[in-house]
Write a protein that binds this ligand. Structure first.
Ligand code: SF4
Ligand code: SF4
Length: 412
């Protein structure tokens, strides 16, 4: 039998046995599972296990161990893999560097491809939105209403309106992200206020399109890859030198795409951009002036997508910036880095699980006695804000980009 015939024979046999070979880039992740020594640390630290117990979510080690080349075992994990928030705590704590969050993504992709009937309904609905609009949220039907909503938010926050710029050849692409584009418009507008304040040559996309992270979390690799290709073309066509975004998920995903797809353009979270490119001296010059907003006690929430998927340095930068702002007093939370439950698309199909996960976080926030919690991610902001409001707490929540823009705009 020739090599080619042998290959075809193996392929046919695998198909017949319903065994799906891994792609080259998946093998490294899968091999990490073999390193597991069953210590159980990941289970002890998983926020979903802590919130809902092992009967509902058997935990990271179980997902790793149940994984095999045999599809029926993938299918049996379907009621678990969609409850993982992708917080990355298990990977961080694991003494053997087992990459469970990536294993979860691989299993989700296999289920989506071969057993879409096992994908939660809420994720199918999201996929339809992404397929139709290339965005993770339904765009506003009425553009005038969208503008009115934007203006009301700006008025409430006392922020000026900086018109959008679509400028081929600008230095920086401000990538707005789906959440700030269609829901948290104040974050999108606040970012332009900051960039304008520091005279940054920036542009937005002519037409915003998703970075592909939600499609990838659903397991729809083909859509995620197609969105990534289209975004790379847009970035290249704009001729920008840097990409800046305000969302933690976009930061981690765009950083990965820039490296994987060779954009040759660095990606920054706004906080990183401010510290690395604007610099503490200029920041201090602008933020240390007294503000009409007065003194405020704040505590901080660390988004998982920044600290465990990008770099912990970004949250050190966040604290450094807060310390530069006149009138801000930081109250340290006992659990700033505990998951808010907003990741992994869990809230799209198991709201009760997402809400149970955030409880530890909320208790720690309230315990600090802070008046506001700030976090550099619109998704974490929305999740924490809605749950604090529901619990009757008076603690306010601010996306950090908005918090900074307000302090730049309300100086005495
Ligand atoms: S990524 Fe987070 S939620 Fe998912 S299994 Fe690991 S610790 Fe649990
Ligand atoms: S922490 Fe790592 S080595 Fe320990 S049980 Fe979990 S996956 Fe295995």
């Amino acid at each position: 039998m020739s090599e080619e015939e042998a290959y075809e024979f193996v392929k046919r046999t695998l198909e017949k046995e319903r065994i799906i070979p891994y792609k080259v880039d998946e093998l490294e992740v899968i091999r990490s599972v073999e390193q597991c020594i069953n210590c159980g640390l990941c289970i002890n630290h998983c926020p979903v296990v802590a919130a809902v117990g092992v009967d509902r979510f058997s935990g990271p080690r179980s997902i790793g161990i149940e994984l095999s080349r045999s599809p029926p075992e993938f299918w049996s994990t379907a009621d678990k893999v969609y409850l993982c928030t992708g917080c990355g705590t298990c990977r961080e704590i694991c003494p053997r560097n087992v990459n469970i969050p990536e294993v979860v993504n691989i299993v989700r992709a296999r289920i989506f491809q071969h057993r879409p009937d096992l994908v939660p309904k809420g994720l199918h609905t999201l996929r339809e939105v992404i397929a139709e609009h290339s965005l993770a949220f339904e765009p506003w039907d009425d553009k005038e209403e969208k503008t009115e909503s934007r203006d009301m938010r700006l008025e409430r926050l006392g922020l000026p309106y900086i018109p959008d710029r679509v400028d081929v050849g600008a230095d920086v692409l401000f990538y707005t992200g789906c959440q700030a584009e269609e829901r948290a418009q104040e974050v999108r507008e606040a970012a332009k206020v900051i960039l304008n304040h520091f005279d940054v040559s920036f542009t937005v996309l002519d037409e915003m399109s998703c970075c592909g992270l939600p499609a990838s979390l659903i397991g729809d690799d083909a859509t995620a890859r197609s969105l990534a290709r289209s975004l790379k073309k847009k970035v290249k066509d704009m001729g920008v030198k840097k990409v800046v975004t305000t969302c933690a998920g976009c930061t981690s995903n765009l950083s990965m795409l820039s490296e994987r797809d060779e954009w040759n353009v660095p990606v920054y979270h706004m906080i990183e951009f401010l510290m690395d490119e604007i610099g503490p001296e200029r920041l201090s010059g602008s933020l240390s002036k007294p503000s009409k907003l007065g003194n405020v006690k704040v505590t901080v929430h660390d988004p998982c997508h920044l600290i465990r998927h990008t770099s912990r340095l970004i949250m050190e930068y966040s604290l450094s910036i807060l310390r530069l702002i006149n009138g801000v007093e930081i109250q340290v939370s006992e659990a700033p880095d505990s998951c808010c439950g907003g990741g992994g698309l869990v809230a799209y199909h198991a709201r009760d699980v997402a809400d149970a996960v955030v409880k530890e976080n909320l208790a720690a926030i309230v315990e600090t006695g802070a008046e506001r919690v700030v976090t550099p991610c619109p998704l974490c902001t929305a999740q924490i804000e809605s749950r604090l409001y529901k619990s009757g707490s008076s603690v306010e929540v601010d996306d950090m980009t908005v918090f900074i823009a307000q302090r730049l705009s309300h100086q005495e």
